[in-house]
Design a protein around this ligand. Structure first.
Ligand code: ADP
Ligand code: MG
Length: 282
C-alpha cells in the first residue's frame, strides 16, 4: 500500500538572493505533510510565502535549508526532477501565460507529445483531460476565444494530460469573475472527490478555503495555523490581525453564536449554515 503522506516538508527555509542585496527569507522553517487524496488550501496575506512554498512542491525552487520529498523523492536531488514533475502538476495564476497552441486540443496535447508518447496515447489523454474539465465540446476552438474560467480549466486540462497524482494551483482564480471561479472550483472538487486527486490550492478567497479538507495559514514565511476549516476559522481574531477575514457564512455563524445561537463550529459554508437554520426551524 502506498504511504498516506504524499509530500513531506521538513524545516523548509527559502532565502531569495542569499548574501546579495535584497536578501529575503521567504520561508522560515516550514514543516508539514500533504496527504494523498486530500484537498489542502494554503492561505495567507500577500508576501507570506504562499507562491514560494507552492514552487517547492514540484521542484521549481529548491530548499535553502530543510527538505521537500514527494513520495520519498527529495526535490534537492536532480535525478528526481522529472519523476517529481510527473507526479506533481502546477497551474499558475494567469491562464494566458500557460496556453501555448492555437487550438484547444493541441494545447492539451503539447505536454504528452513532448513526452514522446504514441499518438493514440496522446489522443486518449487529451480526450480524458478535456472531459474531466468539461471542455470536450470546445476542443477545436482557439483558446483566446474562451472565457477566463474556460481558459483556466484548459490550463488544468494541460496539467491533467500529464497524468499527475497531485495538482498544485497558485491562485488560479485570482483573475476570474465569480462565474469563472465557480467553474474552476467545481472542476477541482470533482477531480478531488471523484478521481482521488490530491489538490493543493493557494488562494486569497476565504470562501474557497472553506471547501478544503485542511487549511494551512502562512504568515511572514511561517506556517502559523493548520487544521480543518472549522478549526482554522475558530482563530477569527488571529486571522483578522493578519488581514484575513472569515468567509461570509463562517462570519455570520460566528455572529449568531455571539448572539446566543448554538451554531456548531463545523458550520463554515453557506450550505451548512442554511441546513442548520432549516433544521432549527423545524
Ligand atoms: P505570496 O505568494 O504569499 O504573496 P511570495 O512567496 O510570492 O508570497 O513571496 C514571499 C516573499 O518573498 C515576499 O516578501 C516577496 O517579496 C519575496 N520574493 C518572492 N519572489 C522573490 C524573488 N524572485 N526574489 C526576491 N524576493 C522574492
Ligand atoms: Mg503568490
Amino acid at each position: 500500500m502506498s504511504s498516506p503522506v504524499q509530500i513531506a516538508i521538513r524545516d523548509l527555509t527559502h532565502v531569495y538572493r542569499q548574501g546579495g542585496a535584497g536578501e529575503r527569507e521567504a520561508l522560515k522553517g516550514i514543516s508539514g505533510d500533504v496527504y494523498r487524496g486530500e484537498f489542502l488550501v494554503i492561505i495567507g496575506p500577500n508576501g507570506s510565502g504562499k507562491s514560494t512554498l507552492a514552487r517547492h512542491l514540484n521542484a521549481l525552487l529548491l530548499p535553502t535549508a530543510g527538505t521537500v520529498a514527494v513520495d520519498g523523492l527529495s526535490t534537492a536531488d536532480p535525478a528526481n526532477l522529472w519523476e517529481i514533475r510527473r507526479r506533481v502538476g502546477m497551474v499558475l495564476q494567469n491562464p494566458d501565460n500557460q496556453l501555448v497552441a492555437a487550438v484547444v486540443e493541441e494545447d492539451v496535447a503539447f505536454g504528452p507529445e513532448n513526452l514522446g508518447l504514441p499518438p493514440e496515447e496522446v489522443r486518449r489523454r487529451v480526450d480524458g483531460a478535456l472531459a474531466a474539465v468539461g471542455l470536450a465540446e470546445q476542443r477545436l476552438r482557439p483558446p483566446h476565444l474562451l472565457s477566463g474560467g474556460q481558459k483556466q480549466r484548459l490550463a488544468i486540462a494541460g496539467a491533467l494530460a500529464m497524468e499527475p497524482e497531485c495538482l498544485v494551483l497558485d491562485e488560479p482564480t485570482a483573475m476570474l469573475d465569480p462565474a469563472g471561479r465557480r467553474e474552476v472550483l467545481g472542476t477541482l472538487r470533482q477531480l478531488n472527490r471523484e478521481r482521488g486527486m490530491t489538490v493543493i490550492l493557494v488562494t486569497h478567497f476565504m470562501e474557497e478555503a472553506a471547501l478544503a479538507d485542511r487549511i494551512w495559514v502562512l504568515h511572514g514565511g511561517r506556517l502559523v495555523l493548520s487544521g480543518s476549516p472549522a478549526k482554522v476559522f475558530s482563530h477569527r481574531g488571529e486571522l483578522k490581525d493578519m488581514g484575513l477575514t472569515l468567509p461570509g457564512a463562517a462570519e455570520l455563524a460566528w455572529r449568531l453564536r455571539q448572539a446566543g445561537w448554538p451554531v456548531p463550529a463545523e458550520v463554515v459554508t453557506l450550505d451548512q449554515l442554511v441546513n442548520f437554520l432549516v433544521r432549527k426551524k423545524q
